[in-house]
Design a protein around this ligand. Structure first.
Ligand code: SAH
Length: 254
């Protein structure tokens, strides 16, 4: 008997950002897998077994979830934000690709969530109003050399950048290096948004220019948006400025 495995995006933290589809998937699950802080966001109830694990154990977690689903359980595998953005959906696909043939026949579904860059952008205006790209600064799964090449290419081509995983205890210097790299391509006044723990009680959103952007502002729960040369601020009396990127690209190369 085969069960079901649903990969569920929980959004950035605010319960109002959990979609009705995600809520329904969680209500129907009898087993819940995920990184402990995400599993903790799902209320306990009779009939739901919770399996929390460390954030570096994605493949082990994906395999354990697949095994239970293959045994007939209705499993939810949760991620913060969207599960397809630097999260469990791709880890699950890797596990299926490398795993036993039977896993390919399983009923697998993916439920999207609001990803951090959209939540942070919504706090300040429309910084992602024109072309943008998302990069993880973590060099756990790719080399720092690849990250620098991608920063050069993206900033050089005029994309606004959303930087995920900017720092961790094991990766203290990467964000400072990334800012240095970006200063080669972008004007000093380029707006930089630091969005920390957005949608949670300890949320903090701050603005800087690229010239003054300081890596100490960021921690593991921070998403950073670095504007393009076209991104600008609209000053407002008694209100924080709006940060936005106009919908039309300027013809001036950046
Ligand atoms: N799947 C998640 C991203 C996982 S990678 C998503 O779609 O949002 C983890 C990184 O996401 C963190 O280092 C941080 O850069 C960002 N992040 C996750 N939740 C956040 C939040 N509430 N506020 C700001 N950034 C967040």
């Amino acid at each position: 008997m085969s069960g079901r495995l649903t990969v569920v995006g929980l959004g950035p933290g605010d319960a109002r950002w959990l979609t009705p589809e995600a809520e329904a998937a969680l209500a129907h699950a009898d087993a819940l897998f995920g990184y402990a802080p995400y599993v903790d966001r799902v209320p306990a109830r009779p009939g739901l077994t919770r399996y929390s694990s460390d954030n570096r154990e994605e493949m082990t977690r994906a395999r354990a979830a697949l095994e239970l689903a293959a045994g007939g359980r209705n499993v939810a595998l949760v991620s913060g934000g969207d599960p397809g953005v630097f999260a469990m959906a791709a880890a699950l696909c890797e596990a299926i690709e490398r795993g036993p043939e039977a896993w390919r026949a399983l009923d697998v579904a993916f439920v999207p969530g609001i990803t951090a860059m959209l939540a942070v952008a919504a706090r300040v205006g429309a910084p992602l109003g024109h072309d943008f790209c998302a990069l993880s600064l973590s060099d756990n799964l790719k080399s720092w050399d690849v990250i620098e090449r991608r920063l050069d290419a993206a900033a050089g081509a005029g994309f606004v950048l959303a930087l995920y995983n900017p720092v961790s205890r094991a990766r203290p210097w990467q964000l400072g290096k990334a800012f240095e790299r970006l200063r080669r391509h972008l004007p000093a006044a380029t707006p930089v948004v630091f969005g920390r723990a957005v949608g949670r009680t300890d949320e903090r959103v701050t603005l800087a220019t690229l010239a003054e952007a300081d890596a100490v502002e960021a921690d593991m729960a921070t998403l950073i948006i670095v504007g393009s040369a076209a991104t600008r601020l609209i000053a407002r009396p008694g209100l924080p400025p709006l940060v936005y990127t106009p919908r039309a690209a300027s013809e001036t190369p950046v």
